[in-house]
Design a protein. Structure first.
Ligand code: ATP
Ligand code: MG
Ligand code: MG
Length: 380
């Protein structure tokens, strides 16, 4: 089968690599250059979007910020999985919040803000601190403001107003003002739903961020109650969207309660550990779901941690001499802070993994691996 993926980044690349053994041929459409290309070699095919969609058996996506006209072409083909409603809910925080409310899943209290008076009303109604997020085009913590004290309100609004005035987007811009959640930790759930409505989910993953960017993800040892709570929310959201494919939910954990922070209608960075740590990796399960193949087991095979490589194109090859350590480069050009690759590290037991993680962290410089050494110490 031929699968055309909207977006030509590392997620499409890893889908292509996972699809090859199943004879699933993945082609990518780079929405920025409007070129159809091979997601691993970068070879360009002389095809328009319409021609590539017509030639594909299935059309899917590796990110949520796909221009609406491109989504319209995909949706009109009847082959788009997940559907455009799901992609749009991931790409516009207004639709995302409405979806979470419709699905009945807990999420941070919020107001949609477009004007100064709405901004001050939100401040009044939600209280401080506030997190303010651009409704459109946000990722890796970009397009966000924090408001901690009343005295800073005018300055923060001035920033936001300037941002909204300068935003280049075909849709009306807005801000989602959210109550600040004092979470104990951040976790995520990656799972898949097929066209028959069957769902499978991976074990919950604990996530660490630096400046809004994911640095470390670790598959959690089983916690049945928390896993069940997350699965219920996953099913509610996935069913609400008639979702087909891999979907990720990011949560704030407060005590033993989960609040959904946001959704990602695609394979997710916090699911990269599944390449070495799960029976079937998220990329293969996404392809299985969208191609109508049986879903694969999501069982944890062994304790696994994933470390992102940010803005660096070199890692000491000695990391490969650590047992069960695997390096995944994305073949991208070096830019400060850019996700360049990741490392998956496994152990036979949680204690062995913690020991290996500490050893790995000593080989990784702070530049490229912010706070990884600290996380490794806390897990040890
Ligand atoms: P991603 O790259 O995951 O798509 P994003 O840019 O869409 O990120 P969010 O996940 O919404 O942004 O926020 C980034 C981080 O900021 C969160 O992982 C969390 O650490 C923090 N954060 C976001 N919203 C809140 C909130 N309401 N309360 C407390 N912290 C928050
Ligand atoms: Mg996001
Ligand atoms: Mg996020």
């Amino acid at each position: 089968m031929n699968v055309l993926v909207m977006g030509a980044g590392q997620l499409a690349r890893m889908m292509a690599l996972a699809g090859a053994p199943l004879n699933l041929k993945v082609t990518a459409y780079d929405v920025n250059s409007a070129k159809v290309q091979h997601p691993v070699t970068g070879e360009i095919y002389p095809l328009t979007l319409e021609q590539a969609v017509a030639a594909a058996d299935v059309v899917s996506s590796e990110f949520e910020h796909i221009p609406y006209p491109v989504q319209a072409v995909c949706e009109a083909s009847g082959k788009f999985r997940p559907n455009s409603t799901a992609i749009k809910a991931g790409g516009d925080r207004r639709q995302e919040k409405a979806l979470l409310d419709q699905a009945g899943v807990a999420n941070a209290a919020y107001r949609v803000v477009q004007t100064e008076s709405e901004f001050y009303a939100a401040l009044e109604q939600l209280g401080l601190p506030l997190v303010l997020k651009s409704a459109l085009a946000g990722y890796d913590g970009k397009g966000q403001w924090r408001l901690k004290q009343q005295a800073d309100a005018a300055a923060v609004w001035a920033d936001i107003a300037a941002f909204m005035a300068g935003a280049e987007h075909s849709l009306p811009q807005a801000i989602v003002a959210e109550q600040f959640v004092r979470f104990d930790r951040e976790v995520s759930l990656v799972g898949a739903r097929n066209a028959q409505g069957e769902t499978v989910v991976y074990p919950l993953t604990e996530n660490h961020h630096v400046n809004g960017v994911l640095t470390v993800s670790q598959a959690l040892p089983s916690n049945e109650a928390l896993q069940a709570q997350a699965k219920q929310m996953f099913d509610a959201v996935a069913n609400q969207l008639s979702y087909v494919g891999v979907l990720a939910l990011e949560f704030f954990q407060v005590g033993d309660q989960l609040l959904v922070n946001e959704i990602a209608p695609r394979v997710h960075n916090s699911g990269h550990w599944t390449q070495q740590g799960a029976d079937t990796c998220q990329f293969e399960n996404h392809l299985r779901a969208v191609c109508g193949l049986p879903l694969g087991s999501t069982a944890l095979v062994r304790p696994t941690v994933m470390v992102n490589i940010l803005g660096e194109d070199y890692v000491d090859p000695a990391v490969l001499s650590l047992p069960s350590c695997h390096l995944h480069w994305y073949g991208k050009g070096k830019r400060p802070g850019r996700k360049m690759g990741h490392i998956n590290l496994c152990g036979d037991t949680p204690a062995q993994l913690a020991e290996r993680f500490l050893a790995l962290s000593t080989l990784l410089p702070e530049a490229g691996f912010p706070e990884v050494a600290d996380v490794a110490k806390t897990l040890a």
